[in-house]
Structure formats: structure tokens, C-alpha cells
Design a protein around this ligand. Structure first.
Ligand code: ZN
Length: 315
């Protein structure tokens, strides 16, 4: 398996080569971001399967998040088409680079040897990756975070950001990347664009009584690793937490404090040299949260909140 860095470099070459052809506009307000998918393994067919985000109506009665995604004050639910066009013309995130890390690969469980191989996690070793969790109905964390990441990417790209993913498929036949590659993605000394911010997206799975809600994890201080990104990463984590709360999501009832945790045992965070945080969007084993996580509406709400948190941080 080639390194993630090499893949990013390859994508940059592809982007330069393909130019507009790879990112053909679907409409005035819509830009596809296919070219910024990292080409790991087989060609991706996933990006086109995601429902468009542009036609989002204000939320229905069951929806906690009214308004438009990826932006804040100037995008109230009452935004007119003209104002929206103006906002999108201005592209407030132009020039910004965001790395999204959808945790785990769907096929991880089929590659126990590869997934179990030890890698550097920031001065100590951990297994390359894990299988992730799922709902009781069998909907995989890998799939959930993949869908949410694609939506976040679309929202940020609409505001002009360049968005890179750490995997380019959600496939039973693929595994990885390992946490060290995920952690280093977007670092300044890696080939390819340096990220302004990196977000790792996960969901939890616990049968603990009454366990539900999200939490955001910021990197704790690991000398020589995270000491340079700690403060900004905490700002990011707070912004994400606040936007998730504003979006109607409840903070974790079973871990973290007021939706915020700080950890030093996660390679994905420890190896980052750019501000980063990890979100555990909820407990997939909780039936009510599982219902939200498996619905398009719920995934849209999560994505909006995350995009807003990233925008808040980047401003
Ligand atoms: Zn996970």
C-alpha cells in the first residue's frame, strides 16, 4: 500500500492535469469535488451517489437544525436566492484546505492481519486501525462517517474550500489507511497541500445504560508531537462542540465533560502537525441515535453542524 502522502501527491498531479474537467459544475451553485478524493485502490463511485445539498429546504419538524450549512451569520433560513448567489460567489473559504478523516474502512474486518499490524501512534505503537462499530441493525460506523464526510466536503467546497479525504472509498474490499497515515495527512512536510484544519469523524458503540450523545476529542499534550497544535486544536474542538449543540445534538451522557474530551492515546491526533480534533458523533448502539444516524436527514444535520464548526474555526 502506498503512503497517504504519495497518494495526495498523485491527486495533486491529477488535479493539475484534469483541471475543470474533473470538477465539472453540476449547476450554478454546485461544484463537484471528485478530483480531491485521494485515489486509494479502485476508482470511487461514491461521490455521485450523494443527494445534492443545494436544494435543502428549511428543516422540518423533526429536524434540530434550521438554516443553511457551512456558513454562519449571513445564511439565515430566510436567505434569498440572490443573497445566496452572492455568498457563493464570494467563496469565503477560498484558499483554505481541509482534511476530513472518515474513521475506519468498511472492509477492515476482513483484513485482520493488516489492521492489526502495529504502527507509530505518537511515540508508542498501536494497531494500524480497528473495525469500528455499528448499529444493532448492522449499519457500519465506516459507512455512517463516510456519508457524513462527503456531505461536509460538499458544504465546504461550496464555500470555496479545498477538501481532501483520507480514504477514497467505502468498500468491503478495502482496508485502512492506518492511524499513522490518517494522523499525518495534511501535515506541512507531507507531499500535497498543507491542511488548515483536519477533522476525524467517528461514532461510538457502547451498551452502557442510557449512553448517548456526542463528544469531541482534542489532542492532549504529547511532548514533541502535539505541543505545537494543542491550543488551536482545543479552539477547534470547542467550535465543533458548540455547533453540534446549536444543531440540537446532545452532549455525551457517558464520557467526556460537557461534550469535550482531551486524549493523548490517539495516533490520529498525536501525529497531526495541523490543528485537529476528532468527533464521536453519538452512540450507534442507542436505538434513537441509530435512527438519526442511519437517516439522510440525520446525516445532513450532522454534516451541517460539523461544517459550521469548521467554518467558525477557520474564520
Ligand atoms: Zn471509530
Amino acid at each position: 500500500m502506498t503512503s497517504l502522502a504519495a497518494r495526495i501527491a498523485a491527486v495533486v498531479a491529477v488535479v493539475v492535469g484534469l483541471g475543470a474537467a474533473g470538477g465539472a459544475a453540476l449547476g450554478v451553485l454546485e461544484v463537484r469535488g471528485d478530483v480531491d478524493l485521494l485515489p486509494i485502490g479502485s476508482p470511487t463511485q461514491d461521490a455521485d451517489g450523494v443527494p445534492e445539498e443545494t436544494a435543502e429546504a428549511p428543516s422540518g419538524t423533526d429536524s434540530p437544525t434550521p438554516g443553511e450549512p457551512g456558513t454562519t451569520e449571513q445564511t439565515e433560513p430566510t436567505e434569498t436566492p440572490e443573497r445566496r448567489e452572492e455568498r457563493e460567489r464570494r467563496k469565503p473559504l477560498a484558499g483554505r484546505v481541509v482534511v476530513l478523516d472518515p474513521g475506519h474502512q468498511l472492509g477492515n474486518s476482513r483484513f485482520p492481519r493488516e489492521i492489526g499490524a502495529p504502527v507509530d501512534a505518537g511515540g508508542f505503537e498501536k494497531p494500524c486501525n480497528t473495525t469500528g462499530t455499528s448499529t444493532d441493525g448492522g449499519y457500519a460506523e465506516a459507512t455512517f462517517v463516510w456519508e457524513v464526510a462527503l456531505r461536509v466536503r460538499r458544504l465546504l467546497e461550496r464555500d470555496g474550500a479545498r477538501v481532501l479525504l483520507t480514504r477514497d472509498s467505502n468498500s468491503e474490499d478495502e482496508w485502512g489507511p492506518c492511524v499513522d497515515d490518517r494522523g499525518r495527512a495534511g501535515n506541512p512536510d507531507e507531499p500535497g497541500p498543507t491542511a488548515d484544519v483536519k477533522l476525524s469523524i467517528h461514532a461510538d458503540g457502547t451498551y452502557a445504560d442510557g449512553a448517548r450523545g456526542f463528544h469531541v476529542i482534542a489532542p492532549g499534550r504529547v511532548e514533541g508531537y502535539t505541543d505545537d497544535i494543542g491550543a488551536e486544536s482545543l479552539d477547534l474542538a470547542v467550535a465543533l462542540r458548540d455547533r453540534l449543540v446549536a444543531g440540537g445534538f446532545v452532549v455525551s451522557t457517558y464520557t467526556a465533560e460537557d461534550g469535550l474530551d482531551v486524549r493523548t492515546d490517539l495516533g490520529t491526533l498525536n501525529l497531526s502537525d495541523v490543528p485537529t480534533a476528532m468527533v464521536e458523533l453519538g452512540n450507534m448502539r442507542d436505538p434513537a441515535e441509530a435512527e438519526v444516524m442511519t437517516s439522510e436527514q440525520g446525516q445532513r444535520q450532522y454534516a451541517r453542524a460539523l461544517a459550521r464548526g469548521l467554518v467558525t474555526y477557520l474564520r
